[in-house]
Design a protein around this ligand. Structure first.
Ligand code: G3I
Length: 344
């Protein structure tokens, strides 16, 4: 019988996994109960899942996750109130059903902006009010920084139609609806990159100066066995820690391939690749442990290699980014993370 991941880390920080609804039963559920003390919905709590049509909230899957977490004394975190992806079109249609983006009349554009921010406010408040007693940690906005876009802000419809007001509205509505017991995060990938990290820090500082209630930064941490350096990940956390913010690792996984590489290991992943992955995972968790004051939790983006978004991104191929293999068995990476904590 192998040790429990979460129990091994009990003195350090909680460990979680992203899940799909089907994983709340059977072998996946057994693994969650044994190895994780946090959970997050991989897709079930995104805007398109919760409010596919205006005013028609669909709670069934999200409610089941809340129930599952409660029954198993696990903490559920929320992903995500706002995103540019998996968000239904109706948000961005004007009162006549036309795309707000196409409006050229400044007066009508202003009215559209108001309508969009009202819709956002309703979306956020309705969800936060429902789950505030069960969910403490919330991704309020996701992936708003894009260094290649104007101002370093992702040129999403949200940004094009409201500037940074959508970010302010979302955080303020969440705080008002949820009170100060819930923790509000700005979540992004590539936060180790100095340019992106600095733009994010600048934005967060501006928000805090305006009294916008941001509690922490979620670092997705979709990394690979080749990049980035563990030091750059820790350095970024230190930067936000110094700004008085909490850090969370929210979507950790580790691709077997280099960025821009489109090759495929096929059925047989070379052993040295899995060993390299284990070494990297070991190094990363060692850095998390020795800098535990910088972070308050680590969430993996999946349970095991049988289900991972990376097997269809950026191309369809064999991927194995997690700590358990496609047969749900512990990989070298699992042992690299857990072994240093075993009693002699
Ligand atoms: O639900 C539909 C199903 O009805 C349909 O038959 C099927 C056919 O393609 O698609 C299903 O939806 C898929 C959905 O996952 C649920 O499985 C979408 O196509 C697919 O695009 C979607 O991918 C998700 C992706 O976000 C969307 O951008 C991944 O599962 C999810 O892991 C990924 O998660 C994101 C985080 O939210 C933010 N950070 C990056 C991370 C990885 O991309």
């Amino acid at each position: 019988d192998i040790p429990s991941l979460a129990e091994s880390y009990a003195d350090y920080f909680p460990i979680g996994a992203a899940i799909e609804p089907y994983q709340m039963t059977g072998l996946h559920a057994d693994m969650l109960k044994k190895h994780m003390n946090w959970l997050v919905a991989e897709n079930a709590m995104k805007p398109a899942s919760l409010q596919p049509r205006e005013g028609e909230f669909q709670w069934e899957q999200a409610d089941r996750m809340v129930q599952f977490a409660r029954e198993n004394k696990m903490e559920l975190r929320f992903h995500t109130l706002v995103w540019h992806n998996q968000t239904p079109d109706w948000f961005f249609l004007d009162a006549e059903g036309k795309p707000m983006e196409n409006e050229t009349d400044p007066v009508k554009r202003e009215a559209n902006k108001k309508l969009l921010l009202e819709r956002l406010d309703t979306h956020v408040r309705t969800i936060v009010e429902r789950y505030k007693d069960d969910i403490r940690s919330w991704d309020v906005v996701n992936e708003v920084i894009e260094p290649a876009d104007p101002d370093g802000m992702r040129a999403s419809l949200w940004y094009k139609l409201t500037g940074t007001e959508y970010i302010e509205t979302a955080f303020r509505a969440a705080r008002e609806a949820g009170g100060s017991d819930i923790k509000l995060y700005i979540n992004d990938y590539g936060t180790d990159d100095p340019v992106k990290r600095d733009r994010l820090a600048e934005l967060v500082t501006e928000l805090l100066d305006k009294g916008v209630p941001v509690d922490g930064v979620g670092h997705q941490t979709h990394i690979s066995i080749h990049w980035p350096t563990v030091d750059s990940i820790i350095e970024s956390m230190r930067k936000f820690h110094e700004l008085g913010l909490d850090n969370l690792v929210t979507e950790l996984d580790m691709s077997l391939y280099a960025w821009n590489d489109r090759s495929d290991f096929g059925e047989d992943i070379p052993e040295e690749i899995l060993q390299k992955q284990a070494d990297r995972y070991g190094e990363l968790f060692e850095a998390f442990r020795s800098n535990q004051e910088l972070l308050s939790g680590v969430v993996l983006w999946g349970i095991a290699d049988d289900h991972t978004w990376l097997s269809s991104f950026p191309v369809t191929r064999t991927e194995a980014p997690l700590l358990f293999d496609e047969l749900l068995q512990a990989k070298p990476a699992f042992w690299a993370v857990v072994d240093p904590l075993q009693q002699p």
